[in-house]
Design a protein around this ligand. Sequence first.
Ligand code: NAD
Length: 310
Amino acid sequence: MKIAIAGAGAMGSRFGVKLQSAGNQVTLIDNWVDHVTTIQRQGLTVTTDDGADHVYQMTAKRPQDVTESFDLVILFTKAMQMDQMLQQLSGVLGNHPIVLTLANGIGNIETIERHVPKDHVVAGTTVWSSSLTGPGHITVTGTGSISLQAMVPAKFPDLSGLIATLNDAGLNASPADNVLAAIWKKAGLNSVLNTYCTLFDCNIAEFGSLPNWRTLNDAVLNEFAAVAQAAKIQFSAADVTALIAAQFDPDKNGGHYPSMHQDMAKKRPTEIDFLNGYVARLGAKLNVPAPTNALLAQLIHSQESLKGIK
Ligand code: NAD
């Protein structure tokens, strides 16, 4: 399959390597010039669990240099970069590839549907992970899985070809029954752990050790539940709270600093407007107040401003 990875940072590069290694023709597309030129010059370096470096020769391009067509475009920008990437790839999208997004945050599907017919869009969530260690270099640990669903199942009834391509690459994909609920569940988790760990400069176990973590958690998730109900999206604050509590074990994810914490440390913009900020905005539209989420979004934006992040 001819596959474009649009947004080839940590996750896009990891997926790109796996898909190319399974025999697909993969093009990494990215706006970070140093990253693209490093891959062009010396390949993509992947550091694995055992500390070994593996170098993969990959095709890497900036969006403006892409002219060919693809069967599948996997969008792996950060949520706030997605609209720009889709605009830059308007020529490529004119050939009607399948567009798959597995990015975190709520609202990505709406962004994609401004550029791509809904019946070509597949959305999902993933628990694969990866870190962008520097231009042309990612560090990967562990394994993961993908859960996905077509946005118009009636027009796109058979995902088996796409799922087979992902599974041939060892990506552990399976169909989801309610991908919007899955996206909101993951966003609920991220809107608690990412946001508070970033504000408190702590890891997940340290957040879980706070005597009032439940109060902080419930303030976010009860608003999520109210807004989701008004938007007719399935969401259980209790289920997300249980998922969050399961992350505290220091032998599992407890020692991990969530991606928003890492973005802030690297002085990169965060995805806050697609997490707490999205729920605050949607709540305002639906007359369901979400003041805690609105305040948390403001606090993260203030921290970004103090660090000079634009
Ligand atoms: P990333 O930050 O590694 O890359 C996203 C984009 O930002 C890429 O285009 C990258 O080139 C660019 N970028 C990164 N650092 C840059 C720098 N210093 N200068 C210029 N450009 C830079 O993002 P990611 O971690 O791959 O995440 C993509 C999506 O997947 C997000 O929605 C994220 O929340 C989600 N996600 C990430 C992980 C993870 O473990 N990284 C896991 C699950 C979901």
